[in-house]
Design a protein around this ligand. Structure first.
Ligand code: BMA
Length: 384
């Protein structure tokens, strides 16, 4: 008896010392995939640590195109305005299926793999969203025909859906650095499910269906496909209201989510600047994340066309800092820079050099709390 007590004591001391040496992550700081690669575990732990003091800035499709250019090596609207690439790079796999070469936004999938590798080689962080096609009708992601019941295990289209997950898994498998090691990715599937515009949306799925879909996806990628470089981000839509009642309603569970995200545009639409509402909503999400030892993030936001010249400092930065708890989010991702010429509408969310918001975005970059790529410590080792 005495011996067992002494032994347990020694084990506790031993584990404590190992953790103190910084190269071991405590259980509570591990991602949901306990077999995640060392780099993925390090990323998760570093994101969590850094969230206490800084917010990383991210931009969707940043290296693929900008407001005035398309696929030019080395270019980035964020870099041309602020002097640094963003810390976080968002990518989109909508339309990925057998034989399809480019995304729903016309971005070539092979090129995306190249940009992900490039970003990673500089120490940046990559996140992938997926506006998945409709798995029953083959329509697009906005086709509201109910589908989730048909694709979860037992459903008539389950196998077809799994074949799409296989294509996704092949894409992820190709993401290797120059030493052949898997590149960590924050995967953000079935986003904005509290809104009603995707086939997995609010009215389209029951709680049970959504949770089953999410859990099946995670289990399949992690256990069947043996992908151990993914962190999973959950990202309900805010809709500019306090939707905190809805936020956790379809939460897939602590064993299935690494990052508690939030997608929110409504606070800045139609001349609105609801920084307080957003700040308080973010604070609540940080509190939820803290209680679960997880990370919170503003996984999508922006003001289309940035009509407010000082949107970056007077809207975004304020919303992320007004409530001190909100400032503990890990990162913010603004949406893509599409333009009139290519898509028949101005649809940009980050500044570009000739835009009136550029000087303010530079100021935003200089705010002490904001981290761009040139501010990042090594996110993929534990020695920071
Ligand atoms: C939406 C819009 C669409 C785009 C989709 C996927 O928010 O930007 O134009 O196709 O994201 O990137």
């Amino acid at each position: 008896m005495v011996k067992t007590t002494i032994l347990s004591l020694l084990i506790i001391i031993g584990v404590g010392m190992a953790c103190a040496q910084k190269n071991v992550i405590e259980d509570k700081d591990l991602p949901i995939d306990k077999n995640a690669t060392a780099e993925t575990k390090a990323l998760y732990s570093n994101l969590k640590k850094l969230a206490k003091t800084n917010i990383l800035y991210g931009h969707q499709d940043d290296l693929a195109y900008g407001h005035d250019w398309w696929a030019e090596p080395g270019r980035s609207d964020v870099k041309e305005v602020t002097g640094s690439y963003p810390a976080v790079y968002g990518w989109e796999l909508g339309d990925i299926r057998q034989g399809v070469e480019a995304s729903l936004d016309s971005v070539n999938f092979e090129s995306i793999k190249g940009w992900i590798k490039e970003a990673y080689s500089r120490g940046g962080i990559n996140t992938i969203s997926w506006h998945m096609n409709h798995p029953v009708t083959d329509g697009n992601t906005w086709d509201m025909t109910p589908a989730v019941y048909d694709i979860i295990p037992g459903g008539s289209q389950h196998e077809k859906f799994v074949s799409w997950l296989d294509i996704f898994a092949d894409f992820i498998t190709d993401l290797k650095d120059e030493n052949g090691e898997a590149i960590p990715i924050i995967f953000r599937p079935y986003h904005e499910h509290t809104a009603d515009w995707f086939w997995w949306g609010e009215k389209q799925t029951t709680v049970e269906e959504y949770v089953t879909l999410w859990r099946f996806t995670v289990d399949y990628l992690k256990d069947e496909k043996q992908l151990h470089n993914l962190l999973y981000a959950y990202s309900p839509d805010g809709g500019s209201k306090d939707r905190s009642d809805k936020y956790m309603e379809k939460y897939p569970g602590d064993d299935y989510v690494d990052i508690l995200g939030y997608d929110e545009y409504g606070s800045f639409m139609d001349g609105k600047n609801d920084v307080e509402v957003l700040s308080n909503a973010l604070a609540k999400i940080v509190t939820e994340a803290d209680a679960r030892n997880k990370i919170a993030a503003l996984t999508e936001t922006g003001q289309e066309k940035i009509p407010s010249e000082k949107w970056f400092t007077e809207s975004l930065l304020k919303a992320m800092t007004l409530n001190p708890k909100a400032s503990e989010i890990s990162y913010v991702l603004t949406w893509r820079n599409a333009n009139q010429q290519r898509e028949n509408r101005e649809h940009f969310y980050s500044s570009y050099p000739s835009h009136s918001s550029a000087p303010d975005m530079k100021k935003f970059k200089d705010a002490e709390i904001m981290f761009f790529e040139d501010d990042l410590p090594n996110m993929y080792t534990l020695n920071n």
